[in-house]
Design a protein around this ligand. Sequence first.
Ligand code: NAP
Length: 295
Amino acid sequence: MPVESSKLLDGKGLAQKIQGELTAQIQTLQAEIRRPPGLAVLMVGDNPASAAYVRNKERACERLGIASFGHHFPAEVTFDEVKQTIHDLNDNPQVDGILVQLPLPSHLDSTALLYEIDPDKDVDGLHPLNLGRLVRGESGLRSCTPAGVMRLLAAYEVELSGKHAVVIGRSILVGKPVSLMLLAANTTVTMAHSRTPDLAAVTRTADVLVAAVGKPGLITADMVKPGAVVVDVGISRQEVEGKARLVGDVDFASVQPQCSLITPVPGGVGPMTVSMLLENTVWSYRQRHKGSYNS
Ligand code: NAP
């Protein structure tokens, strides 16, 4: 059955629109600031998925006119070497954003490395200070995937105030920050996770359902309230008839007919994440130029 495009939360299309707007903003700002925005993506080892994400980000930077200051370390790099590079980038006035591509090899403590990033260059929004700003409702750099989810809902004018949102997954990367953002938008939020008994009973009460788990097909039609808005953050690689493809947590074919709006995978939240990273970089560029992070 063909998918009604009016039901799709088209992250790919919105991401392109945002990137077009950012390109224009960069051109205007650059005339005043006299240098392009700069983003440093640090990658360790040769994880193919990470390499693809990093390539994607660097290509997007090139398209928009953001200078890349990437570092690709061998898998056996030491903590101190990565830390020193982060400190150099913190001190580099050409660099507005620093991102450490996760996951890191197990000998590197990723949380300890995140603490080394200047919070005002933390374009992934994962530094404890930025997560604290989110908890307090202060402006600051927001983590990209949750921000992408919220932007997508806003673009489609999804009414959030007074609604019930259920978020499945409680990671620091997605589940917790997106729950806080939904709370800030005046939804009543329920957070579910692997120890939630009778997940279906919880998800069926959701007006807005956000799945951030990483288990293909976890959410089936019987778990979704008719008319709900469904956001599928999950990304898993699956082999289908010898071909690798990306799938989400939601069984799209069965769920799509009964919800009001749904994100496809791919083409939903994924492209929004990259656009929010670029937007954060431009935000940091502008704030650093103005010399203020709270305005
Ligand atoms: P994560 O750290 O592994 O967290 C997964 C969460 O799912 C955990 O909180 C876990 O609960 C919960 N969970 C696991 N099995 C469950 C079950 N059967 N029922 C209910 N909850 C369950 O993963 P993550 O980093 O948050 O990422 C989640 C997914 O989003 C992954 O597929 C990832 O690839 C994807 N992702 C996509 C983007 C994007 O741009 N679209 C960005 C980031 C991540 P416990 O806490 O109890 O273990």
